[in-house]
Ligand binder design. Structure first.
Ligand code: FAD
Length: 506
């Protein structure tokens, strides 16, 4: 979405959204003589920084050039998860027969209604990020583009704000990959996808990362003919390969046509739509689609910020920060997608908390100390936290790995959701949890328990000792602890037990 072009205002829900996150009649305040903190960017990172700092009594200015709430509220987590929920409803109705429920006739998807629901829910959530709420919290909210004019000054809407510290929280946007012909064809990104009102009959999705997989599955469930093109030889390249394999099979079951290991992708405009030429699995594919979604990579919003003037170093990956999230200008910090490889809302949130402590109170909190889980919200969900075996190997860390199949968890069987596993990696010979992957219907909710254990230093053996209600899918995590505990029953201990029990029978 172009900063100058807010989401289409034709819709009543979007008008409500805008009234909250980009009010047309907003008058910027008269700047204070000096701010403790000037925050540029009003996405999750900027909002959390501004609210937290103001709550502690700091004089704070928040600058947003487009929509408060940033990607997450407007064109990211919120709209995508609303759509995924609707797609899951379609899938559930289609398989109702598995549960002995007969649903008569063909399942019809009213795509316009799906998108209307999404816009309504997004608008309903938006007061939390609104300009009015932040003003009530004591934050001076400025609508406009923020730009450094010196090492301790920022300009917005012709006014100059002086600061003790500033925070760059300008996030990232969809990157345009170097695909021959891309510049000649119309295409969607996350910035425009959620404005669709008609279901594309044929949709090609380029990129099989989290966004590509989530949207490919959802649109296939709605009834689009979906082609998912990826070049790395498998979906979700960062994830455990067994997890990715299960998702790949699920996508295919949902009707997604996977063009894996795609090479020599070329695009061209035709009267019927966008033509894709690609080599995949030794075959040439030539297809035409009505819509193309590009979901590969993110580019940091570093332009027009006056970073050189402020003495803030940046590169292709965004603003350069040290482990305390300080930039090369000691007065200026950064947090969120603009400086982090962990491009998640919850990561932006927790980085913002670090920045508040380090900027306002000379803290030494470190981003590297954060335990950051993440989840891809497909069916099944794929959630991960901590180290993967290949990363551990690269770092010279030996692991023991315990895997509990969901197929042996009663609740998962009863729910008809028995595909997947809980896999937990511990430091070899100990129960110290170093990483985990969960594939399950509610993996995103389940990974929180492992994340808590890692953060609090709770070992896998202790998880086995925590009673989980029966029957729940989270029991799979406790059972993984049981698997670990069984390894403590060494042949020597077994012999001792046998002797003790035999002595009792004497
Ligand atoms: C389709 C999609 C789905 C996603 N789903 C999830 C999910 O399920 N879970 C999850 O954790 N994460 C998800 N994410 C990622 C998540 O949205 C981001 O990690 C999060 O929004 C980052 O927050 P941020 O504040 O760093 O940046 P942003 O949200 O990008 O906010 C940056 C803000 O800065 C503003 N800005 C930029 N330059 C200037 C300037 N010069 N002056 C003033 N303002 C400026 C921008 O307009 C923007 O509002 C998803 C992302 C996408 C695209």
């Amino acid at each position: 979405m172009n900063a100058a072009e807010p989401l289409e205002p034709w819709d009543v829900h979007n008008r409500k959204l805008h009234a909250n996150v980009h009010p047309a009649d907003w008058v910027n305040p008269k700047p204070a003589a000096k701010y403790n903190l000037v925050v540029i960017g009003g996405g999750t990172a900027g909002l959390v920084t501004a609210a937290g700092a103001a709550g502690l009594g700091a004089k704070v200015a928040l600058i947003e050039r487009h929509l408060l709430g940033g990607d997450c509220l407007n064109v990211g987590c919120v709209p995508s998860k609303a759509i995924i929920r609707a797609a899951r409803a379609v899938a559930e109705v289609r398989r109702a027969g598995d549960f002995g429920v007969r649903v008569g006739g063909e399942v019809k998807v009213d795509f316009a209604a799906v998108m209307e629901r999404m816009r309504r829910l997004r608008a309903d959530i938006s007061p939390h990020d609104s300009a009015a709420r932040f003003r009530e919290l004591g934050v001076d909210v400025f609508i406009g583009g923020g730009k450094f004019t010196g090492r301790d000054t920022v300009q917005v809407g012709g006014q100059t704000l002086r600061f003790v510290h500033a925070v760059i929280a300008t996030g990232a946007r969809a990157a345009a990959p170097a695909i021959p012909g891309l510049d000649t064809v119309p295409y969607l990104t996350n910035e425009t996808l959620f404005s669709l009102t008609e279901l594309p009959k044929r949709l090609a999705v380029i990129g099989a990362g989290p966004i590509g997989c989530e949207m490919a599955q959802s649109f296939a469930r709605f009834g689009s003919e979906v082609y998912l093109v990826e070049s790395t030889g498998g979906v979700l390249p960062r994830e455990d390969r067994d997890a990715a394999g299960l998702l790949q099979a699920a996508l295919v079951r949902d009707g997604v046509k996977l063009l894996g290991g795609g090479k020599n992708l070329r695009l061209a405009k035709t009267p019927e739509g966008v033509r894709l030429l690609v080599e995949s699995q030794g075959r040439d594919h030539d297809l035409v689609v009505d819509q193309l979604l590009v979901a590969v990579g993110r580019a940091p919003n570093v332009e027009d910020l006056g970073l050189e003037t402020a003495g803030v170093e940046f590169g292709k990956k965004g603003v350069v920060v040290d482990d305390c999230l300080r930039t090369t200008n000691p007065r200026v910090f950064a947090c969120g997608d603009i400086c982090s490889p962990y491009k998640f809302t919850h990561a932006a949130d927790f980085m913002a908390r670090i920045v508040i402590q380090n900027a306002l109170f000379k803290g030494r909190k470190k981003a590297s100390a954060l335990t950051i889980p993440w989840c891809t919200y497909t069916s099944p969900e794929i959630a991960h936290v901590g180290l993967e075996p290949r990363e551990a190997k690269a770092k010279g860390i030996a692991l023991d790995t315990f895997t509990q199949e969901m197929g042996k968890v009663d609740r998962a069987i009863l729910d008809g959701e028995d595909e997947g596993f809980v896999r937990i990696h511990v430091r070899k010979g100990t129960d110290e949890i170093l990483g985990a992957t969960i594939v399950a219907t509610h993996a995103g909710d389940m990974i929180g328990e492992v994340s808590l254990a890692m953060t609090a230093g709770i070992g896998l053996g202790s998880i086995a000792g925590a009673i989980h209600p029966y029957p729940t899918q989270a029991e799979a995590i406790r059972k993984t602890g049981d698997l670990y505990n069984r390894t403590r029953l060494t042949p020597f201990v077994k012999t001792l037990f046998a002797k003790w029990l035999a002595w009792q029978r004497r």
